[in-house]
Design a protein around this ligand. Structure first.
Ligand code: ADP
Length: 631
C-alpha cells in the first residue's frame, strides 16, 4: 500500500515539527509544511498531498478556515482541522467547510492516526460516490429517450437533452425556463385538461402509467407522444415528484394513419370492383370444386330467375336443372384440363322465362388461389337470344334480297335482249328512210330523220351495255388460269381499227397468268384501252400495261398520256352513267367503268385511278393470287 502523504499548515514551528515527527513515526510521509495560508497555497499548487492538516488559528492574512475553503474548492483535497478547546467559536465557523475531521490539541498519536485514516477513507468514498452520481447524470442527460422529473403541480425539475430536443428547445435549461413560467399542461399540452386526468390515475398507485398525448412543440407544431410516468412518493404518502419519459410517435402515428388510409382505399376499390361485378351486363358466377355457387352477380341471378343469395352453397343442378348437364360438363372439363373454354353456345329454358327457348354464350375459366392451385371455376354468361333472332332476320332478308336481285337481273337481261330485236328493226328502217328519203321532204323533216337515226343508235348502245351488265352479274362465272398476254392480244385485235386510225403505241411487260373469267377480263382491258384511246390528248397516244406483285395480289395498270382526270372525279367516274364530258365532245354512255369495277369486284379486287389533268391517267386494279370463285 502506498504511504499517505501529508501537508501540515501550522504557524508554531515547534508544534509543526512535533506533528511531523509523530506522523513520520506512524509511517506517513510529510510532503511539506507551511506557517501561513499564503505559503501553504503556494506550495500546494506545486505538490499534491493526500491530506492536509490545518491549524484553525494561524498567523497571516488568512485564518485556517479561509485556507480550508480554498483548499477544498481549488485543490479538492481532504483536510483535518487541528484545534484546541479554547477555539470553540472558530470551530463553529470551521464546520461550514465540511472538514473530514477534527483533532483537539494536545492530541494523542493514535487519535491523530485514526482521524487521518477515517478522513482519507471518507474522501475516497465521496469521490467514488461522486463519480457514480456523475455516471447516472450522464445516463440521464444523454439517454436517447426524453426523460423528465416534474412537480405534481406541473413544473419541471429536470429534463434531459432528448426531452428538450423533442419539444424543439435548444437545451434542457431553455425548456425548463420557458415552461416553468406557466405550467407543463398550459405550455406543452394541446389539451391542457388531460394532465389532471393523467395525474389523478397515477396518484392511486406507484405503477407506471402510459397515455398517447398530443403536445405542442416550441415552434407550434403538433407532436404525438407516448407518455409513460409514475409518481414518486415520500414515506408519508405525499408525492415527492413525478418521473417519466416521452417518446415521439408522430411518424409512427402518421404511418399508421397512412396505412389505414391505404387500407380504406383498398376496401373502397374492392367495393368498386364488387359494384362492377354486380352491375355487369354479363352474367358472372364462381363455383367451388364441388360445383357449388360461391359468388354470383345480379345479371346471372336474373337469367336463372332466382335471387343471387339463394344460389350460395347450391349446385347448378339444384338451381337450373335444365341447363345443369351442359354447365357441369364445361366445369368438369375446365377443372380437369386447367384450361379455359372460351365460348360455348348453350340453349335452354330457365325459370325466369318459362317456355322461352333462350341462347347464351358460356365461358369458363379456372379459378385459382394465390399459389396457382385451381380451387373452382368462374363462368361468364352472355345472353344472345335477341342477337340470334336479329341475325336470323338479317339472313332471311339477305336471302329475300338476293332472290329479288336475281329476278331484277333476269328482268334486265330479258328486257335488254328482247328489246334488241324490235330496236334493230326500228333503227334499220329509219336508216333506210334516211338513205332513201333525205332531201325529198323539207329541211326540217331531214333534221327529224337524223334525230331518229341518232336516237335509235344510242338506244342500241345502251341496250348493249345493259345486256353486258346483266350478263356479268347473272351469268355463271367460269374461272380459268389465263395468261394476261393473250387477253391483251385479243383486246388489240378487237380495237384494231381505232389503234391504227390513231397510231396508238401499246407496250406491256410480261404479264402474269391469273385465275379469271376470260370474257370479263377482256371486257376490263378492252374498256380501259378504249378509254385511253378515246380520251387521248394532242400527242400520239401511248398506252403502257404493267403488272406488279404486292403481298398476296397483283396490281395491274393501264396508263396513258391522254387528257387526264381532275382528282375530284376519281370516285365518280366509276358510278353508273357518270361522265365528265358532253356527248358531242366524246361518245359514250358512262357504263364502261361501272361495268369494269363490277367485274374487278367479282374477282375480289378493287380499282382506282391516279391521274393529273393534262398529264395522262393510270387505272390500277388488283387481282388476288388465290381467287375464290364467287357466284
Ligand atoms: P364513257 O367512256 O362511256 O364515257 P366510262 O365509264 O368508261 O364512260 O368513263 C367515265 C368517264 O371517265 C368518262 O366519261 C371520262 O370522262 C373519264 N375517263 C375514263 N377513262 C379515261 C381516261 N383514260 N382518260 C381520261 N378520262 C377518262
Amino acid at each position: 500500500m502506498l504511504q499517505s502523504r501529508i501537508f501540515i499548515i501550522e504557524d508554531d514551528a515547534i508544534e509543526a515539527m512535533d506533528i511531523k515527527i509523530n506522523l513520520e513515526s506512524m509511517g506517513y510521509e510529510v510532503l511539506g509544511m507551511a506557517g501561513s495560508g499564503e505559503e501553504a497555497l503556494r506550495k500546494l499548487s506545486q505538490s499534491r498531498p493526500d491530506i492536509v492538516l490545518i491549524d484553525i488559528v494561524i498567523k497571516g492574512a488568512m485564518n485556517g478556515v479561509e485556507v480550508a475553503h480554498k483548499i477544498k474548492n481549488e485543490f479538492d483535497l481532504p483536510f483535518i482541522f487541528l484545534t484546541s478547546h479554547s477555539e470553540e467559536t472558530t470551530m463553529e465557523k470551521a464546520k461550514i467547510t465540511e472538514p473530514f475531521g477534527y483533532v483537539i490539541k494536545p492530541f494523542d498519536v493514535t487519535e491523530l492516526k485514526y482521524t487521518i485514516e477515517i478522513a482519507l477513507y471518507k474522501h475516497k468514498m465521496e469521490k467514488k460516490l461522486e463519480s457514480r452520481l456523475q455516471y447516472f447524470k450522464n445516463v440521464f442527460d444523454h439517454a436517447p429517450i426524453g426523460i423528465f422529473h416534474s412537480t405534481l403541480e406541473g413544473k419541471f425539475i429536470r429534463v434531459n437533452y432528448a426531452f428538450s430536443d423533442m419539444y424543439g428547445y435548444e437545451s434542457p435549461e431553455d425548456l425548463i425556463n420557458d415552461v416553468n413560467k406557466t405550467t407543463i399542461a398550459e405550455k406543452l399540452y394541446l389539451y391542457p385538461n388531460r394532465r389532471l386526468e393523467f395525474i389523478s390515475t397515477a396518484l392511486e398507485d406507484d405503477k407506471w402509467h402510459s397515455h398517447k398525448n398530443e403536445y405542442v412543440r416550441k415552434d407550434g407544431s403538433i407532436m404525438i407522444g407516448e407518455l409513460c410516468f409514475r409518481t414518486i412518493k415520500k414515506d408519508d404518502g405525499t408525492v415527492k415528484y413525478v418521473e417519466g419519459f416521452v417518446e415521439d410517435v408522430t411518424e409512427q402515428k402518421e404511418l399508421e394513419e397512412a396505412q389505414m388510409k391505404t387500407e380504406m382505399i383498398a376496401w373502397d376499390r374492392l367495393a368498386e370492383i364488387d359494384g362492377i361485378y354486380d352491375s355487369s351486363p354479363i352474367g358472372l358466377c364462381t363455383l367451388d370444386k364441388d360445383l357449388r355457387y360461391i359468388r354470383i352477380n345480379e345479371n346471372l341471378a336474373q337469367i336463372n330467375g332466382i335471387p343471387a343469395i339463394k344460389h350460395i352453397g347450391k349446385t347448378p343442378r339444384e338451381i337450373i336443372p335444365t341447363l345443369a348437364e351442359k354447365i357441369e360438363s364445361m366445369a368438369k372439363q375446365t377443372l380437369k384440363t386447367g384450361q379455359p373454354i372460351m365460348s360455348r353456345e348453350i340453349n335452354g329454358v330457365t325459370q325466369a322465362k318459362p317456355g322461352v327457348l333462350r341462347t347464351w354464350i358460356f365461358q369458363s375459366v379456372p379459378f385459382k388461389d394465390i399459389l396457382g392451385s385451381i380451387i373452382g371455376i368462374s363462368f361468364s354468361v352472355l345472353e344472345i337470344t335477341e342477337m340470334k333472332k336479329v341475325q336470323q332476320e338479317i339472313a332471311e332478308t339477305v336471302k329475300k334480297l338476293e332472290l329479288s336481285n336475281e329476278e331484277l337481273q333476269r328482268f334486265a337481261y330479258v328486257v335488254s335482249h328482247d328489246f334488241k330485236e324490235p330496236l334493230r328493226m326500228v333503227s334499220s328502217f329509219t336508216q333506210l328512210i334516211q338513205t332513201r328519203y333525205v332531201g325529198k321532204f323539207d329541211k326540217e323533216a331531214d333534221e327529224f330523220i337524223d334525230f331518229i337515226v341518232e336516237g335509235s343508235r344510242r338506244m342500241e348502245i345502251l341496250l348493249d351495255d345493259l345486256l353486258a351488265y346483266s350478263r356479268i352479274t347473272s351469268a355463271e362465272d367460269k374461272y380459268k388460269e389465263i395468261n394476261l398476254d393473250s387477253i391483251i392480244e385479243e383486246c388489240m385485235f378487237n380495237l384494231k381499227l381505232a389503234i391504227e386510225e390513231n397510231n396508238v403505241e401499246i407496250t406491256w411487260e410480261s404479264l402474269p397468268t391469273v385465275f379469271v373469267n376470260r370474257t370479263q377480263m377482256i371486257h376490263v382491258f378492252q374498256n380501259l384501252i378504249a378509254n385511253a384511246i378515246k380520251f387521248r390528248g394532242n400527242n400520239t397516244p401511248k398506252i403502257y400495261i404493267s403488272a406488279q406483285i404486292e403481298e398476296d395480289h397483283w396490281i395491274l395498270g393501264v396508263g396513258d398520256n391522254g387528257i387526264g382526270i381532275d382528282p375530284q372525279y376519281n370516285e365518280r367516274i366509276f358510278e353508273v352513267f357518270q361522265r365528265l364530258h358532253r356527248r358531242d365532245e366524246y361518245e359514250g354512255t358512262g357504263m364502261g367503268l361501272f361495268l369494269t369495277k363490277k367485274i374487278v369486284e367479282r374477282h375480289n379486287g378493287h380499282i382506282w385511278v391516279e391521274s393529273e389533268p393534262g398529264n395522262g391517267s393510270t387505272f390500277y386494279f388488283t387481282l388476288p393470287f388465290e381467287n375464290p370463285v364467287t357466284y
